[in-house]
Write a protein that binds this ligand. Structure first.
Ligand code: FES
Length: 165
């Protein structure tokens, strides 16, 4: 009888250099669970996200169980387990923006960058995040890239802005 060959799935998680991680952990020689949030914040600042091998390093050094670390990461949306894009795009989906054309702006972003909300471009240039009202309804429809607001958008304007990054 013939057996199908099942392709072996390679582990695709990137392994990053742990030097910065070790320097951060050195500041917490007696780390307890109470130090987890500041430690993870510093790791995320250093790496842009929380790579798997860094989490293993934290466990090995602090003896805080990996399950506890994952518990904290999944509870707080500020932490990311996936590599993020260099620029973060947020398109407002609040009522004012919706009425003034946010759905078309979102479609345009997907068309230009080939990603949907919650995704990152393959080249890690952009991460596209869902967001509710950005608090600048007078600029509707509005998007934010990193810390910068772009208001009164049209699809043409959106495309130009994306291409300027
Ligand atoms: S509804 Fe879009 S900024 Fe408020």
């Amino acid at each position: 009888m013939m057996h199908k060959t099942v392709p072996v799935r390679k582990e695709s998680k990137p392994v990053v250099d742990a030097t910065k991680c070790k320097a951060i952990l050195a500041q917490y020689p007696n780390a307890t669970s109470a130090d987890l949030i500041p430690v993870l914040q510093q790791m995320q600042d250093a790496y842009g996200y929380l790579p798997q091998n860094i989490l293993e390093e934290i466990t090995a050094t602090t003896r805080i169980p990996l399950s506890k670390i994952y518990g904290v990461i999944t509870f707080y949306s500020q932490f990311s387990l996936e590599p993020r894009g260099k620029h973060t795009i947020k398109v407002c989906t609040g009522t004012a923006c919706h009425i003034k054309g946010a759905p078309d702006i979102k479609k345009k972003i997907t068309e230009v960058l080939h990603i949907h909300e919650g995704e990152t471009t393959k080249d890690y240039k952009f991460t596209y995040e869902p967001v509710a009202c950005l608090g600048t309804c007078f600029l509707a429809p509005v998007m934010m890239i990193n810390e910068r607001y772009y208001g009164k958008l049209t699809t043409e304007k959106t495309e130009q802005i994306l291409k300027s990054y």
